[in-house]
Design a protein around this ligand. Structure first.
Ligand code: GDP
Ligand code: IMO
Ligand code: MG
Length: 435
């Protein structure tokens, strides 16, 4: 038996969906354990593209079990839509292969209202330091806040009409006060919210269950389990570029509380690295390219959000960012994606340290004002012009592409386990065994 965790090392969208789908081949169970439908994970199999937000990226393997564990925040309407879309496309989604944890918190409509209200300007508050994060607007932060303040509603609460009503009423007491007096938006209507319970239950109850007992049984049976992280290390609530982060633990350590599995049952962490860097939303980004090179990366890489369609900010690979993630998550193997996108750049750059106020540092300063001031120090490499999408082993890559890979492993001090040279499952150079 072994367990592998896949995490993003940058600001998300590194290609986790593709790699989880690929590694799922050798697992029996695939588990999402944090985040919610702020995630957008893309899978391309036999030319067909699937965008997943909540359903784990093992779903295209009908014989595997996919699990949404308690650390995830679930928007039931989005999940029902996603299940329906998959069913319409002929993908198997039944209680036999999808399990949704009772302890997962529900994203309620008022969480989305609150998320949106916080991102809007508020007249008269211009100079008090309210920040616009550029969230996905999916209600993720407010749902995690309610979880932490013990006002959340869990999927299990949907089973009992009386408990659900009490919890919704208690939550609305605060939310509607904010909506009326601070944000000046329409209140949430209690009867509309209560009506959601039956609608949600009628579709989701057959999938709901105890993920703790299920995973313990699987561990006892010696199953291979794949844990699918969402977002990336620099969006981590504690260790990312706070406050421009998401509201959950995106480091590998989040898999333990999020899935309810002890750390000694987690074996290998695979860190996903995009061959350059992207970021959606606001916040510091030392290697960002704002001119034509950034535009070229965006177009070549199709860098538009899977969840919101927003153009992603693009820049050179930041080795300091990836090194930080390698330490935070205990990464044992790197999976490098989108190398093919770098074709046609005359030269390629990788930041290996920063200069901050005249000092050379090789870590990310915790203060984002300092991080915004750092000047990346780059190593420059000759680019490659060959189409590498057909490469299936390292020797198929041009020398310049291999030199670039060597530089990354040297900076990060972690070996490569896989190189992705196109979005399709097949477009991969596999260099290691993961399970
Ligand atoms: P995730 O959030 O980490 O799962 O990544 P996203 O799915 O949001 O974004 C990655 C995008 O790159 C998707 O459109 C993938 O289909 C695509 N992709 C993944 N790997 C590769 C690759 O090696 N080359 C290219 N060209 N595209 C890739
Ligand atoms: P995947 O799993 C990229 C970003 C948002 C915003 C910040 C907070 O596809 O890699 P939130 O809605 O979570 O409160 O937004 O986090 N963000 C992501 N960026 N990929 C993601 O997920 C993201 N999930 C959240 O753009 O800057
Ligand atoms: Mg994504």
């Amino acid at each position: 038996m072994s367990s592998v965790i896949v995490v993003g090392t940058q600001w998300g969208d590194e290609g986790k969906g593709k790699v989880v789908d690929l590694l799922a081949e050798n697992a029996q169970v695939v588990v999402r354990y944090q985040g919610g439908n702020n995630a957008g994970h893309t899978l391309v199999v036999s030319g067909q593209t699937y965008a997943l937000h909540l359903v784990p990226s093992g779903i295209l393997h009908p014989e595997k079990k996919v699990v949404i564990a308690g650390g995830v925040v679930v928007d039931p309407d989005v999940l029902i839509d996603e299940i329906d879309t998959l069913l319409q496309r002929g993908v198997k989604v039944t209680p036999e292969n999808l399990l949704i944890g009772y302890t997962a918190h529900v994203i309620m409509p008022y969480h989305k209202l609150l998320d949106a209200a916080r991102e809007r300007p508020l007249p008269g508050t211009e100079d008090i330091g309210r920040v616009k994060i550029g969230t996905t607007g999916r209600g993720i932060g407010p749902a995690y806040e309610d979880k932490a303040s013990r006002q959340g509603i869990r999927l299990h609460d949907l089973l009992d009409a009386t408990i659900f009503e009490k919890r919704v009423k208690a939550a609305l007491l605060e939310k509607n006060t904010l909506f009326t007096h601070l944000y000046k938006v329409q209140n949430s209507d209690i009867s509309e919210l209560l009506a959601l319970r039956e609608k949600w239950l009628s579709r989701l109850e057959p999938f709901m269950g105890n993920t703790f007992t299920f995973l313990q049984e699987q561990i006892a049976k010696g199953a291979n389990i794949l844990y699918e992280g969402a977002q990336g290390a620099q969006l981590d609530l504690d260790h990312g570029t706070y406050p421009y982060v998401t509201s959950s633990t995106t480091m590998s350590g989040g898999a333990s509380p999020g899935a309810g599995v002890a750390p000694d049952k987690l074996d290998l962490v695979v860190g996903l690295v995009k061959a350059y860097t992207t970021r959606v939303g606001a916040g510091p980004f030392p290697t960002e390219l704002c001119g034509t090179l950034g535009d070229k990366l965006r177009e070549a890489g199709g860098e538009y959000g899977t969840t919101t369609g927003r153009p992603r900010r693009c820049g050179w690979l930041d080795g300091v960012v990836v090194k930080t993630a390698a330490s935070l998550s205990g990464i044992g193997k790197l999976a490098l994606t989108k190398l093919d996108v770098l074709r046609g750049f005359e030269e390629l750059k990788v930041a290996y340290s920063y200069e901050l106020d005249g000092q050379i540092i090789d870590f990310m300063p915790p203060d984002i004002a300092e991080l915004a001031r750092v000047k990346p120090l780059y190593k420059t490499f000759a680019g490659f012009s060959e189409d590498i999408k057909g490469a299936r082993k390292l020797e198929d890559l041009p020398l310049n592409a291999r030199n670039y890979l060597d530089a990354i492993t040297e900076i990060c001090k972690v070996p490569l386990g896989l190189v992705s040279v196109g979005p399709d499952r097949e477009q991969t150079i596999t260099l290691a065994q993961f399970f």
